[in-house]
Design a binder for this molecule. Structure first.
Ligand SMILES: *Cc1c(COP(=O)(O)O)cnc(C)c1O
Length: 422
């Protein structure tokens, strides 16, 4: 590593962190190989050819690239049907289309994994009934809180479903920006069984953001009726420039397609404007890219454990998403970490991140992101609200060797700033 001036002791820590990580890397590679073969066989079975990579404009009628990619995604996720579109503006927009696609005035939805991710709060209208939220349309929301250890309260969920009729049960797979554990596929299966045992007609929907291809199966293969996610996270493979996907039971995907465009028209329209090739390439690369991101997460946990910090999950713990938190203990450490990480980005390495008042947050937030796609968190990136427990949430790394260099630069920055003494 002759291109960077790393402290010689930090180089020793790097070697030790690699040794600690290796057994876990082997397990990741086994999952990645399985998922890569699954995706490759979906390409082969759907006879993908150059014709699918073409461009449509206008209404986009008969875009075989678009329609066949829906099949590839459905087959890869073991779902009956899927919609994958560059025209979903974000993960939140995709989830919102799915929620409004299924829920009707008078319906109730029960979040069974506690309070949802920040941006979904407004979609449900949980804290205030903002215009255009589900609450504004007469859909009521309730939640069963997680237990103290951060796991779902299965007995509490069953009790609530016996108590009242719910059209939808809502699950969030990833930890988001909390320290609760992400939900394994096994846990999601247990939750689906619990819901259906009490209320078989309740639609189970999963926010699958950050979870795709982390395990060998997806929520739609273990009882979820519908799931959705973002293409600037796992399933875009770092190549899709924007977009989202929805996958699940045919009748629910069709309902979502009517919300996505209009009733009666659904998926028949939607020009792809030349994005088919990127979406195919990104989805194809996703199992490999997710493996690189998971290696980055495990390595950074191992390195920071060795440097004396608490990390969650630890490098030796099971994971169901690509997010890694590192508890850095105070504000100067968070700022120094993000500054170092940013300096190791392929894009905007010369930028110095600063804490700022972000809309919707009570505390200042500092972020490091030097990505090819703006805001893409499948690329190496970190976010940290300046508040207790002074943790940084790290995710992504489309290329492990580049990402680990970024992680080492974060540690070097903390050494230079006198925060880490080795
Ligand atoms: C990223 C994410 C979303 C959607 O966020 P966008 O920034 O709108 O793409 C929703 N839920 C979870 C758990 C997420 O991680």
């Amino acid at each position: 590593m002759g291109f960077f001036n790393f402290n010689s002791k930090l180089r020793d820590f790097d070697k030790k962190a690699m040794d600690l990580s290796k057994p876990y890397f082997e397990k990741l590679e086994e999952v990645s190989q399985y998922n890569q073969q699954k995706v490759l066989s979906a390409f082969i079975n759907n006879k993908i050819s150059e014709a699918h990579l073409g461009i449509s404009t206008g209404y986009g009628y008969g875009d075989i690239g678009r329609d066949t990619l829906d099949r590839v995604v459905a087959d890869s996720f073991g779902a009956e049907d899927a919609l994958i579109r560059h025209s979903f503006a974000s993960g939140t927009h995709t989830l919102s289309v799915a929620l409004f696609g299924i829920l009707r005035p008078g319906d109730s939805v029960l979040s069974i994994t506690g309070r949802p991710y920040d941006t979904i709060i407004g979609v449900f209208g949980i804290d205030e009934k903002i215009d255009g939220s589900l609450a504004d349309f007469g859909v009521s929301y309730n939640q069963v809180d997680l237990l103290e250890d951060g796991t779902p309260d299965i007995e509490g969920i069953k009790k609530e479903l016996k108590n009242k009729k719910y059209k939808m049960a809502y699950i969030q797979r990833s930890r988001g920006y909390s320290l609760r554990p992400s939900l394994s596929i096994e846990k999601i299966e247990e939750l689906c069984k619990a819901v259906k045992s009490v209320s078989p007609d309740t639609v189970i929907m999963v926010d699958n953001c950050y979870g795709e291809f982390v395990e060998k199966t997806e929520p739609t293969q273990v009882g979820a009726d519908l799931m959705a996610g973002s293409l600037i996270k796992n399933p875009g493979g770092g190549i899709a420039p924007c977009g989202g996907y929805i996958a699940g039971k045919k009748k629910y995907v069709e309902m979502c397609s009517y919300r996505m465009t209009c009733a009666g028209v659904g998926r028949e329209v939607g020009a792809t404007l030349g994005h088919n090739r990127e979406l195919y390439m990104g989805f194809f690369s996703s199992p490999h890219v997710v493996c690189e991101a998971l290696k980055t997460a495990i390595y950074s946990s191992a390195l920071y454990c060795l440097l004396g910090f608490e990390t969650s999950p630890r490098y030796n713990e099971a994971r169901a998403d690509i997010i890694q938190s590192i508890i850095l203990k105070d504000s100067p450490a968070l700022i120094s970490f993000c500054k170092g990480l940013q300096s190791g980005s392929p894009i905007d390495s010369f930028v110095v991140p600063e804490p700022w008042e972000m809309p919707g947050y009570t505390d200042k937030v500092i972020m490091a992101a030097g990505a090819f796609t703006l805001g893409a968190s499948i690329e190496l990136s970190a976010d940290a609200p300046l508040r207790e427990p002074f943790a940084v949430w790290l995710q992504g790394g489309i290329n492990f060797f580049s990402a680990k260099t970024g992680i080492l630069l974060s540690a070097q920055s903390m050494i230079d700033d006198g925060i880490i003494n080795i």
